[in-house]
Design a protein around this ligand. Structure first.
Ligand code: SIN
Length: 511
């Protein structure tokens, strides 16, 4: 440990929020409304760097049947979601959406010709209850949210700024070491809210933006906070595969929203046959884990799977997706080729109904947290909602403490440089292991093997972390810690449930 004065500079803030998606923005808003000075540190160079910007489907609300919404969440989770957490989500949903998205940010959700909201339907929802803007809801929520926070004097947003480690003392979190342009600044906070999003960089194909390296989960776990449900990694069934190694926007994968199946699109295998009715009575609208495994199985058996959008008015209903297909040279008249891709971590930093983690003054919200709402499989269009509801609750709770300046972790050698290709090569190895052994179907022997490989990889990375402060190195460390947590949890869970599907225990799902 070292004195803060040993750093060139240090900062103080009432509430430090790490991450700038909807959950981080909501936490910042609520804390500021409660009188706190808030610093938001985000790796994102705005706005596309946050997962929320990429969200397509929308945000589910309770409408006039909250009990049915709760049942749908529990059913999609294979009855593993925590009913108390589901109550919190659903009972706060409509008020949070009304207060923040409608009244504060003025988000223009799509409406019918009579001016009433046009609620969309997605898989495993019993009714149409999803507010959306085309199929690019995320950016229509996220951009005004950032603009709103920019306009507030009590919120400062630090772009392109990574949190490297939490500052802890005797079980209490006092902020984080923040890095920008190679300079590391201890930032002391009365409370620290992690809102760092997902773990897409741990897999070769993901719907997450680049930089989704599980930072919040890894930093919290390394500081001694509890994590839970890490084995429950959700794969989205309908992602245009593109080039796995490229970023979205050029040659990489892109999501084809579940809302498209909600409007009537069907899945066909390489023989042109519709196969989902053989897997589940709800066919294309079955829970996401069921559809993802079926798509994978049919791709392996018949060479490819396409999403047939001929039953709907694709250009009329999904103009932005149609445009994306045109940009990428995909002829949707032939069906859109799709494959499963890593989409969402249902587990994460274990928190209570206010986002409080097991360490004092530490909170986690959004995808990096485990609230219990999703259990083993998340219901579509509940992630923005969870981020909003828990972000507000955590932000409110986090306001009220002054920062305390304590000793900070010592950085022995602040050299930001790494050998060429060091991180890239290790990431390739990490993703290959996760893809082969810790994907949609899991074999207990493979999981043990994967743990061995990942432990060795983490050991190699740790040796460098002791002497370097490169951001890409810390991202690699975070990804390897997170990958190990996922793999260990998967190896320890002998029950095939939701997204955690063990080959030995798996039931035969199709004739
Ligand atoms: C989608 O639009 O299919 C994704 C929505 C979600 O993940 O909730």
């Amino acid at each position: 440990m070292t004195e803060p004065e040993d750093y060139d500079d240090y900062r103080e803030t009432d509430v430090l929020v790490v991450g700038s998606g909807i959950a981080g923005c909501a936490a910042a808003l609520a804390a500021a409304r409660d009188g706190a000075d808030v610093t938001v540190a985000t790796k994102a160079t705005r706005p596309e760097g946050a997962s929320s910007w990429w969200a397509q489907g929308g945000i589910a609300v309770a409408r006039d049947d909250p009990e049915q919404f709760k049942r749908d969440i529990l059913t999609a989770s294979d009855d593993t979601a925590d009913p108390g957490a589901v109550d919190v989500l659903v009972e706060n949903a409509d008020e949070a959406v009304r207060d923040v998205l409608v009244d504060t940010l003025d988000v223009g959700f799509d409406t019918e010709s009579d001016g009433e909201w046009d609620f969309g339907r997605e898989a495993a929802h019993d009714e149409a209850r999803i507010l959306h803007v085309d199929a690019s809801t995320g950016k229509h929520v996220h951009v005004p949210f950032l603009n709103h926070l920019d306009d507030r004097e009590d919120v400062e947003i630090l772009d392109d700024t990574a949190a490297l480690d939490l500052i802890t003392r005797e079980g209490r979190v006092h902020g984080a070491l923040l890095e920008r342009d190679g300079e590391v600044v201890p930032t002391y906070a009365g409370a620290t809210v992690l809102a760092t999003g997902g773990i897409g960089d741990c897999y070769p194909r993901s719907t997450n933006p680049d930089g989704s390296t599980g930072d919040g989960v890894a930093m919290a776990a390394l500081a001694g906070a509890d994590v839970a449900d890490m084995e429950y990694v959700q794969f989205h069934p309908t992602v245009y595969p593109g080039n796995d190694e490229a970023a979205d926007g050029d040659e990489g994968p892109f999501l084809v929203s579940e809302a498209v199946r909600g409007e009537g699109a069907v899945l066909r295998n390489g023989r042109g046959e519709r196969f989902m009715p053989d897997y589940h009575e709800d066919a294309e609208l079955a829970p996401r884990d069921v559809v993802a495994r079926a798509v994978q199985e049919q791709r392996e058996a018949t060479g490819e799977v396409v999403l047939d959008v001929s039953p709907l008015d694709f250009t009329g209903d999904f103009p932005d997706l149609a445009e994306k297909c045109v940009d990428r040279g995909v002829d949707w008249g032939e069906g859109i080729p799709v494959a499963p891709a890593e989409h969402f971590l249902c587990g994460g930093v274990a928190v209570d109904d206010r986002g409080r983690a097991s360490l004092d003054r530490l909170y986690a919200v959004g995808e990096c947290s485990r609230t219990g709402v999703h259990g083993a499989n998340r219901l579509a269009s509940t992630s923005l909602l969870e981020g909003l509801v828990w972000g507000l609750r955590a932000g409110e709770d986090a306001a009220g403490w002054d920062p305390e300046v304590v000793e900070a972790p010592e950085l022995l050698n602040r050299d930001p440089d790494l050998p060429d290709n060091f991180a890239r090569e290790k990431f390739v190895r990490l993703r290959r292991v996760m893809d082969e052994y810790v994907g949609l179907r899991r074999d207990p022997d493979d999981l043990r093997r994967a743990q061995g490989v990942l432990r060795r990889l983490k050991g190699e990375v740790d040796a460098y972390v002791r002497t370097r402060t490169s951001r890409s190195l810390y991202e690699l460390r975070n990804a390897s810690v997170t990958a190990l947590l996922v793999t260990r949890a998967a190896a320890e869970n002998g029950e095939s449930v939701g997204t955690h599907n063990l080959v030995d225990a798996a039931e035969t799902t199709a004739d």
